[in-house]
Design a protein around this ligand. Structure first.
Ligand SMILES: *Cc1c(COP(=O)(O)O)cnc(C)c1O
Length: 399
């Protein structure tokens, strides 16, 4: 292997670059997870993660990827044959649907073309039609990482309430938590699903649920089989800062540090920074004359931009060239988007200069690959960042 100078640009929408402070916090001897030192750490992260979800009810931490937290959300609250309403925002909503079907749930699916966010009125209409309250949960993706769209969870809550429907609201916040404003209690979400390797700036390996009292009460009647994912088992041991089985101790040291880092910057600044870098990225894409997959500006994602490849050019060959030439990983197209797109991640521990460098890598890659485009995308991004302009209005709908 030859040495590549400098650092790799991990410009995918998760896993995201891990700050040195987090890496150093994880570099420590493994401790007894039943001992007193662990109790201090356990209490610290269990309380800390609630501040990230903006909840005062229940939060659980599993040694798992985000997919595990999806499973925990469903199997703790639902019974075999229950109907759930899901909204197709893209690849991740489809994966969640497949999981629900495998677990023996009936899925009512609102299909879309993957180019926009959630139309809450479609959810409201489906619930209004459901006079017998067959639908037990509404499951939606807050930030759809495959397409680069963010939807309003409070609009979905309002639609459920307007239909006077008792269904639980479940939100996949895997790629939004700690980078896009998410208010679990205020927005009335019952179960949130998240993981460590995106906005939380940690390596992959932890999964999280935030759980309302209503969802916690649903465990009493939920009959889907569960053992590893049991919230009740977690709650019993978490009460004293411990876990029912061996937790991922080094990851929890990293989590404690990451939560401190987020509080030092302050959540309003973290969210504003993501919006600013996203706007700079979109200006670069328009400057190149390329098309953003999300066609409705109200749903633009602050953490990832999915770009359509022009004409018949393949995104995979382009990404390979950028990796080989500039040591930068860009996101691939997921499932049906395949070779037709590439994704620029601007999530986590990222700032003005790293995004400008990443965009420069894209612009140089377009030129080297002979992909038809206009010059000046990076210039447009720099001009925006230098002016420190406010993000245009549509973004504020999500607050
Ligand atoms: C990354 C991601 C997931 C899956 O998480 P894993 O950690 O890979 O299991 C689920 N939903 C969304 C929106 C994601 O971005």
């Amino acid at each position: 292997m030859t040495r590549t100078a400098g650092r790799h640009f991990l410009q995918i929408p998760g896993p995201t670059p891990v700050p040195d402070r987090v890496l150093r916090a994880m570099d420590c001897p493994v401790i007894d997870h039943r001992g007193p030192a662990f109790q201090v750490l356990g209490r610290r992260v269990l309380a800390g993660i609630k501040t990230v979800f903006q909840t005062e009810t229940h939060a659980f931490i599993f040694p798992a990827s985000g997919t595990g937290a999806w499973e925990a959300a469903l199997c703790n609250t639902l019974s075999p044959g229950d109907t759930v309403l899901m909204y197709e925002t893209g690849h991740f909503s489809n994966l969640w649907k497949t999981m629900a079907e495998r677990l023996g749930l009936a899925v009512r699916f609102i299909e879309t073309d993957w180019r926009s966010g959630i139309d809450a009125s479609a959810i409201g209409a489906a619930l209004a039609d459901d006079k017998t309250h067959t639908i037990k949960a509404v499951c939606v993706v807050h930030n759809e990482t495959s397409t680069g769209t963010t939807s309003s969870m409070s609009d979905v809550r309002k639609a459920i309430d307007a239909a006077r429907h008792p269904a639980l609201l479940m939100a996949d916040c895997v790629s939004s938590l700690a980078s896009i404003d998410y208010r679990h209690d205020e927005w009335g979400v019952d179960v949130a699903v998240a993981s460590s390797q995106k906005g939380l700036m940690l390596p992959p390996g932890l999964a999280f649920n935030a759980v309302s009292d209503k969802a916690m009460a649903a465990t009493k009647t939920a009959r889907l089989p569960r053992s590893y994912w049991s919230w009740d088992d977690q709650a019993a041991l978490n009460a004293n800062g411990y876990f029912p089985y061996t937790p991922a101790t080094p990851m929890l040291h990293g989590l404690a540090e990451a939560i401190d880092i987020l509080h030092e910057e302050g959540f309003p600044s973290v969210f504003a920074r993501h919006k600013r870098l996203a706007e700079a990225t979109r200006r670069a894409v328009r400057g190149w004359g390329l098309e953003i997959l999300c066609r409705d500006a109200r749903f633009y994602s602050p953490v990832v931009t999915t770009v359509l490849m022009p004409g018949t050019r393949g995104g995979d060959a382009f990404r390979e060239l950028v990796l080989e030439r500039f040591d930068m990983s860009l996101g691939s197209g997921l499932s049906k988007l395949g070779d037709k797109v590439f994704r620029i991640g601007h999530i986590g521990d990222t700032n003005e200069l790293t995004i400008v460098a990443a965009l420069a890598g894209v612009e140089m890659g377009l030129a080297l690959a002979g992909i038809p485009h206009k010059k000046g995308g990076v210039d447009a991004a720099m001009a925006y960042l230098a002016a420190d302009a406010k993000v245009p209005e549509p973004q504020t709908m999500l607050a």
